[in-house]
Design a protein around this ligand. Structure first.
Ligand SMILES: [Zn+2]
Length: 488
């Protein structure tokens, strides 16, 4: 974190409030014995303010450590602290392992590039293929080293004469394997590398670019895509609706190892405030399937997307028309979208594939069953997507590509929407709302989302303190639970 984030505003009042809040937060943090945030005692000088924004960023990341999302729902007596750092219960390195690590810092590290094989790497390192074959006789090494992804790191420890003394690779995030070669024998040693799981609230303003700001604060590219292309895409148009002062607060689970962020989990909860209006989203898993919901437990995803194809022109509407091939007047039972051959066609909603094959004048056709009497049909495809009959697929899955098979005058998608067997106009039909969570699921959802939302609000209170307060009873509860160790 070497790049300071620009101060939230030039306003001295805001700076003062921010300073006070950070100090209060730091005191809380210290009391929870998790403090790595150092603040200057007493009044700050002008020079100190120059670093304030950097501290603010640190403040966000450190103050915002929250209890595990899953932990928080495990019972009434879940910890209600402001700051909790959690570590995975992994055995610490033994003294012997530490010595072993120190004794071998002659490692030459090789990062596997696209197209490289173990054989080509060994030959570049001038290690004989016979040594490689002996290494590959180890079942674990064989499984791991014959299927390496680009970016995988290998360590070579070579003797003076160039022969291989040791080879190391990471079997998992927490386990590093060292193979020692002596003569024909190979011995394997597994070294535990403790990782730490932290649930953090990352909060910031959009600034000049949401992507840039969010990346700088530590959100992964995948996290940002979740926000823009999945969670908020129905409510916020990120091309036009978002301004520099809009802000986001996101709860993610981060995996740290030896002071390095190695992975960010999925977005657990997020609040995006666009033009003063907050939109919230919470991840909840049901039957092994994770979806995003609003605070009331309603799915954010609509049950049907309006157009199952992007960048296409509506070329024929629903209703009576002269048939372009037959020349007679007949009912057009769907809508047509003209698009180039090969344009992907998406499943309009979650579904089971009811039919995939050739259907008379429809040519290559897919019919999807969405449950509750709703089916959709997609015709004239040039080819099918990677879906089989009977398969369950998610909304947006590519089921095929635009073509002109069957009775058709040019490349287009013919799309039908049926409710209980009756054709409806998909452009006018009121689509059913997805089912909200209810009963036990809703209770569990509330138990999970409550703490996450409270943490987001605490963090936002710290950073955006001089914004008008929201009239919200929940927030009072969150403040009260701090236990009165506020600004003193
Ligand atoms: Zn048609």
């Amino acid at each position: 974190m070497t790049t300071p984030v620009p101060p939230p505003s030039g306003d001295a009042h805001h700076q003062q409030v921010l300073h006070d809040n950070l100090q209060a937060a730091a005191r809380n943090t210290a009391q929870e014995q998790a403090s790595r945030l150092r603040l200057y005692p007493g009044r700050w000088t002008r020079r100190d303010w120059a670093h304030a924004s950097l501290f603010a960023t640190l403040g966000v990341l450190v103050v915002a450590l929250v209890p595990g999302f899953s932990q928080a729902m495990q019972g009434e007596d879940a910890p209600q602290h402001d700051v909790v750092t959690m570590s995975l219960a992994l055995p610490p390195l033994t003294a012997a392992q530490r010595t072993a690590q120190r004794a071998h810092d002659n490692w030459q590290l090789v990062t596997v590039e696209r197209g490289q094989t173990l054989g080509s790497i060994f030959s570049e390192m001038d290690v004989p293929a016979s040594t490689m074959h002996r290494i590959l006789e180890q079942p674990d090494a064989k499984a791991k080293l014959t299927r390496m992804r680009p970016g995988t790191e290998l360590g070579f420890d070579l003797a003076q004469d160039g022969s291989l003394k040791k080879l190391r690779y990471d079997r998992s995030d927490t386990e590093r394997v060292e193979l020692t070669v002596s003569g024909d024998a190979i011995t394997e040693q597994v070294i535990e590398r403790p990782v730490e799981i932290r649930n953090v609230v990352i909060s910031g303003k959009v600034g000049r670019s949401l992507f840039h700001s969010a990346r700088q604060l530590g959100l992964s590219g995948a996290n940002i895509n979740t926000l823009t292309d999945e969670v908020f895409k129905y409510d916020i148009d990120f091309n036009t609706d978002v301004t520099q002062n809009d802000r986001f607060s996101v709860v993610v689970e981060q995996t740290w190892r030896e002071g390095e962020l190695i992975r960010s989990g999925p977005v657990q909860a997020a609040v995006f405030t666009a033009k003063g209006k907050p939109f919230s989203a919470f991840r909840y898993e049901q039957d092994g399937k994770a979806e995003y919901y609003n605070a009331d437990g309603r799915p954010l995803k609509k049950s049907f997307i309006r157009m199952p194809i992007q960048y296409a022109r509506l070329s024929s509407r629903f209703g009576n028309r002269r048939h372009p091939v037959l020349g007679t007047s007949r009912m057009h039972k769907g809508v047509d979208y003209a698009a180039p051959t090969g344009t992907p066609i998406m499943a309009a909603g979650d579904a089971r594939v009811q039919f995939r094959g050739v259907q008379g004048g429809y040519g290559n056709t897919v019919v999807l069953d969405h449950g509750r009497g709703h089916t959709t049909l997609y015709a004239h495809m040039s080819r099918f997507g990677n879906v089989r009959q009977g398969q369950r697929i998610a909304q947006g899955t590519i089921i095929g590509y635009v073509g002109t098979t069957g009775m058709s005058t040019g490349p287009h998608l013919h799309y039908e929407f049926r409710v209980n067997g009756v054709h409806r106009n998909p452009l006018q039909h009121t689509m059913p709302e997805p089912d909200p969570l209810s009963g036990r699921a809703l209770a569990q959802f509330r138990q999970q989302t409550g703490p996450a939302l409270a943490r987001i609000r605490e963090v936002e209170d710290v950073i955006y303190a001089d914004l008008p307060a929201r009239p919200d009873p929940d927030r009072q509860v969150a403040s009260a639970s701090r236990g009165g160790n506020g600004r003193g």
